[in-house]
Structures are given as C-alpha cells and as structure tokens.
Ligand binder design. Structure first.
Ligand code: SME
Length: 137
C-alpha cells in the first residue's frame, strides 16, 4: 500500500532505538511473512549487513518461530543445529513472534555478540514492542 515506506521507516527507527538503548542488542531486524509464500522476508534492520533477506519457514531460529508461534531464546547459537549464521561475532539470539489480529505475521529478531544475555525481561519487553508495532501495521 501507499503507507508501506513510512511504516518501514518507523520500523527502522524502532530497530535503531533498541540497538542504541540496549548495549547487548547488536543486530535488530523485523522479518515478515512474504505474501502467500512459506517464507520470511527481511523488512528492515540495524546492524551488520546480512545476506539472509529470505528465510524459508522451518529454517533457522527465525523460520522455526514462523512455524511454532513461540518465543525462541538462544543463549548459545553454536549449540543449535538448525541455525542460520549471519555473522561470526554473533553468540546469542532472541526471536519474538509478532501477532496481528491473533495471526503470526512476522517477528523481531535480535542478535547479540554477548553470551547468554537475554532474560525473561527481554521477552516481556519485546512482546510489548511487537504489540505496539502491530498497531501501526
Ligand atoms: N540467525 C537467524 C538468521 C537471521 S540473522 O540472525 C539476521 C536464524 O537462525 O534464523
């Protein structure tokens, strides 16, 4: 739609704010379901460049959350067998699904260069962020 650009701009501002505010958030991005396809598409992000613009459902941490509808906290990415590496500096990851009208339409994905930094506080906070984001979509 005609508001897609401004929504992406606002999502980018959310990513920037989160990365700037929380020291252990090193890469912050939003993936969304890509139309009718069984895949995620990267909408916007802040952090190191990634080549993973498209992620099939089921693949990696993000693809698993697209299917499970559940938060996924990974304290040590090296211990995961279904993991898509973006950067060798990443040690941990958190992915929180984003629901609009009860439907899992995307997710916020955060990578950290710290080992095991994410707590339940991060989960509750990012669930809140996603709820707020859903209202502008
Ligand atoms: N590590 C993710 C891929 C996306 S990058 O973190 C930006 C995964 O395993 O799904």
């Amino acid at each position: 739609g005609k508001n897609d650009t401004s929504i992406t701009d606002r999502l980018h501002e959310v990513c920037q704010l989160l990365k700037d505010t929380i020291t252990y958030y090193d890469w912050v991005g939003f993936y969304f379901k890509n139309g009718d396809k069984e895949e995620l598409k990267l909408r916007t992000y802040v952090g190191e460049e990634t080549s993973h613009e498209i992620i099939p459902f089921g693949a990696g941490i993000c693809g698993q959350v697209a299917v499970s509808n559940k938060n996924f906290v990974v304290p040590d990415v090296q211990a995961q067998d279904n993991y898509i590496a973006c950067s060798i500096s990443v040690k941990s990851e958190i992915v929180i699904p984003l629901f609009k009208d009860g439907e899992n339409i995307g997710q916020i994905d955060i990578d950290s260069n710290s080992r095991d930094p994410f707590t339940e506080e991060d989960e509750r906070f990012l669930e809140f962020v996603n709820q707020e984001v859903a209202t502008i979509l």
